[in-house]
Ligand binder design. Structure first.
Ligand SMILES: NC(=O)c1ccc[n+]([C@@H]2O[C@H](COP(=O)([O-])OP(=O)(O)OC[C@H]3O[C@@H](n4cnc5c(N)ncnc54)[C@H](OP(=O)(O)O)[C@@H]3O)[C@@H](O)[C@H]2O)c1
Length: 346
């Protein structure tokens, strides 16, 4: 991170193009659950991408999803979806089957966009990278935050060294869940780490890289999954990061990047569309305005970016390269290692 004595006079504008400009792909939805519905409605409203097919473990559920969203083809198995006449599979199954679902799609010659987390551990993430590379196909993790217009402005500020030397990143994400949610199911790799903690860990590692020290605290939830994690990390050069994630209740979901020249605070929830403030030690500040929004307003950016990358012949996307997804999972694995948390099949 380069040194700069003062923060800029004006904030950079986002360079993220209109999602309508992205050339279309034929998408297949694998796992017609909650996020699949949000992705489909956002993509249908804001892009020219074609949601061409949906696959479920049940023919009835895929047909119901197809009827809701006007999708032409509905399949009663993931294998049939992977073999369908589509360009790319959007994997929206629970974490525990991201790896197998992605491999099935790649084996059928389809590009893949995989919901976060890309797998349950770094070994799965590396295997997806290797299988995609061997097949010459596109693969990326659908970490939608990094595709939002505000993040392009954040990235420009970081690249220009506008925060000075980055010393501290603080990020947290907690949410309330109704009983019966899959986050309480140990067999689905439940607990906050993979559902929510992915975001703070992805932010910390995207900004600071790989930690050289990590200390984690955890406490269980009565359901049998982990209920809360706090982690502190240090990085080569001396920066620190502090992360908290838990499933007991909503938090502001805040994130701050602290540098010697300026502090950048993302409006909460930081993982969704919204603005940020760049504050300087003299008390002045600059505001980046982005309308606050949720999945409908934000998920289409990742689909458009992926479509542009694939049409350009690329097998990865700059906003979320596979190496970045692997690093996030490496840190999640290190946290679990200290807390003795294992997931099914490990
Ligand atoms: N980007 C975001 O903001 C965001 C938000 C929420 C979730 N997510 C991610 O998206 C993934 C799915 O989350 P979700 O909340 O959409 O889950 P969900 O509502 O439970 O849907 C998951 C779907 O996967 C299928 N599935 C396959 N194997 C399953 C199993 N063993 N148990 C249950 N369902 C199974 C089910 O469809 P069929 O049985 O019909 O095939 C189900 O509808 C998670 O990895 C999560 O981290 C991302």
């Amino acid at each position: 991170m380069s040194l700069q004595a003062t923060a800029p006079a004006v904030l950079p504008a986002s360079r993220v193009p209109d999602s309508m400009d992205a050339p279309p792909l034929r998408w297949g939805i694998m796992g017609p659950g909650w996020i699949a519905g949000r992705f489909t409605e956002s993509v249908q409203a804001h892009t020219r991408q074609m949601i061409a097919a949906v696959g479920s473990r049940s023919r009835e559920r895929s047909q119901a999803f197809a009827d809701t969203f006007g999708i032409a083809a509905a399949y009663g198995s993931y294998g049939e979806l992977a073999a369908a006449d589509i360009d790319i599979v959007y994997v929206a199954t629970p974490h525990t089957s991201h790896h197998s679902a992605a491999l099935a799609a790649l084996a059928a010659g389809k590009h893949v966009l995989i919901e976060k987390p890309i797998g349950i551990n770094a070994a799965q993430a590396r295997d997806i990278r290797d299988k995609a590379a061997a097949a010459g196909l596109f693969a990326a993790e659908a970490l939608w935050t990094f595709f939002l217009p505000k993040f392009d402005a954040v990235r420009q500020l970081l690249d220009a060294g506008a925060l000075g030397t980055l010393t501290t990143v603080i990020a947290e994400y907690g949410e309330h869940f109704e009983p019966g949610h899959r986050i309480f199911d140990p067999m689905l790799a439940g607990g906050p780490l993979l559902d929510l903690g992915t975001y703070p860990l992805a932010l910390v590692t995207a900004v600071l890289g790989a930690p050289d020290q990590l200390r984690a605290l955890g406490i269980g939830h009565p359901s049998g999954v982990n209920g809360q994690i706090s982690a502190a990390m240090s990085f080569p050069g001396g920066a620190h990061a502090v992360v908290n994630t838990q499933l007991n209740n909503f938090t502001p979901t805040q994130a701050s990047l602290v540098g010697t020249a300026a502090t950048l605070t993302l409006d909460g929830p930081f993982n969704m569309p919204g603005g940020f403030t760049l504050s300087q030690p003299d008390g002045t500040s600059l505001r980046y305005e982005e309308p606050a929004g949720a999945h409908f307003e934000g998920l289409h950016f990742e689909a458009a970016a992926v479509a542009r990358a694939i049409h350009a012949g690329r097998t990865s996307v700059a906003e979320r390269p596979l190496e970045a997804s692997i690093l996030t999972m490496d840190v999640a694995d290190a946290i679990r290692g200290q807390l003795g948390i294992t997931f099914p099949g490990e």
